[in-house]
Design a protein around this ligand. Structure first.
Ligand SMILES: [Zn+2]
Length: 440
């Protein structure tokens, strides 16, 4: 007689959207989890025949899908949400955000702001985020406390800032952080050269060498505005992406954030030939009127493109469902083509493409046996989701993160029936009002 296979958790849902294989939807099935991993997807009636399940969770009326991956942000900037709006990128950064940061940003700010960001992301379906900010060791320990999966890219600037004296100091602290988390499942650490206009050639070249040696990810703001391209042409006689390529910093480890200024003849072949990834942040680009990333052209060339919210000071929320809806609508609007960025492609950008961008597609981004149990449940039983002809359509064109009812990261619950499991909500509110009073 066959021994029943032991299972920790069976999530019994009305729909399961695994993302891979593409377009597949399971109806009335259970997702089985053991430890931190997905074991199988089985029809409801067959689970107890073959498996010995410790706990079933009834998720009828709900859809399971991979947790969303927010590939670009500055988590602690939630404390600057609504601090300066309706300004151009240059004015917004130079006259408002950077002065406020240099006065206020310290370890306490980063801990409180990062926790607030993680709470908002967990409640709206994000199970993994990328963070580029000062005091990355505090962001890493806060994420670890909250059971959140994170790619930390430690910031590198030429000039002194609240966290590092110069690029060397940043390298030293950042590489120590990478060592600290080397064997931690949830935290990965890479390089975050801020932008081509804040980091010199020598430092960019050193990052390329280190990243290659360590096989560590590199994330950089790139081609965010027309002004950035113009200044690079004046100073270096080439576009910023050409400069990165010359310095050896364009590779499958590179995550290019924004790419709103794209020359189809120069930039797209460079991205493609070097296997670099694009991180699209449509709401931040729209709010700062920076331009728009040509998502359709990039997808047509089979360049990997993922999604990010950017910081809450330029978005102003961290809801990746809102972001993927914006991405779909903006792609249609800017290409004058209603078939551009179809719903399933928008969902892929926020899941499997995000996993590819951060180099973790073997573990994250889809609900397949052997992958990490990073899973969210979305309630499709509410009025605004009815009727459900197509769950994928509901997820992209009507959904917002507020419909996320449950979330698990590495098999551990972080949201249960709309409530945070690892974070005290009252503490978040107290911290937010403390900073509001200080910054006013
Ligand atoms: Zn950014």
């Amino acid at each position: 007689m066959n021994q029943a296979i032991p299972i920790d958790l069976s999530l019994d849902a009305s729909w399961i959207l695994p993302v891979a294989p593409r377009g597949k939807i399971f109806n009335d099935c259970s997702l089985l989890i053991k430890g931190s991993e997905i074991v199988a997807i089985q029809p409801w009636g067959e689970v107890d025949e073959h498996y010995c399940v410790k706990k079933h969770i009834d998720l009828s009326g709900k859809l399971l899908m991979p947790g969303l991956i927010n590939c670009h942000g500055h988590a602690a900037m939630t404390l600057l949400r609504g601090y300066a709006d309706d300004l151009a990128l240059d004015t917004w950064l130079n006259e408002h955000i950077w002065p406020a940061e240099s006065r206020w940003v310290n370890e306490e700010f980063v801990e409180d702001g990062t926790r607030l960001a993680i709470a908002e992301m967990q409640l709206s379906g994000t199970t993994c985020f990328s963070d580029m900010y000062f005091f990355p060791e505090i962001a890493a320990s806060t994420a670890h406390d909250c059971g959140m999966r994170t790619q930390i890219v430690f910031p590198v600037f030429d000039f002194p800032n609240n966290w590092s004296k110069d690029a060397d100091d940043g390298f030293h602290k950042g590489l120590t952080l990478r060592d600290t988390y080397r064997s931690q499942e949830l935290i990965s650490v890479g390089f975050g050269p801020h932008a081509p206009y804040t980091v010199n050639d020598d430092v960019l070249q050193r990052i390329a060498t280190y990243a290659e040696e360590l096989q560590a990810p590199v994330q950089i703001h790139l081609h965010e505005s027309a002004d950035e391209i113009e200044k690079s042409m004046q100073q270096f006689g080439m576009r910023p992406i050409q400069r990165l390529q010359e310095l050896g910093l364009l590779s499958p480890l590179t995550q290019c954030v924004h790419m709103t200024q794209v020359d189809a003849a120069i930039d797209i072949p460079l991205l493609k030939e070097n296997g670099a990834h694009v991180i699209h942040c449509p709401q931040s680009n729209m709010k700062l009127a920076s331009g728009h990333c040509p998502v359709q052209q990039i997808l047509a060339e089979e360049i990997n493109i993922a999604l990010g919210t950017d910081g809450a000071a330029s978005n102003n929320d961290l809801d990746l469902f809102c972001e993927l809806q914006t991405a779909a609508l903006l792609a249609k609007f800017t290409s004058n083509d209603p078939a551009a960025l179809q719903a399933m492609s928008a969902l892929e950008m926020a899941t499997i493409n995000g996993a590819k961008a951060i180099g973790q597609e073997d573990r994250l981004g889809s609900l397949e046996p052997g992958k990490q149990a990073d899973i969210i449940a979305i309630d499709l039983s509410n009025i605004a989701s009815q009727p459900v002809y197509s769950p994928v359509s509901q997820l992209v064109y009507t959904a917002s993160g507020s419909r996320v009812s449950h979330s698990w990261i590495a098999g551990h619950a972080v949201v249960d029936n709309g409530k945070l499991c690892r974070i005290q909500e009252q503490e978040l509110l107290t911290a937010a009002s403390k900073w509001q009073a200080r910054l006013k």
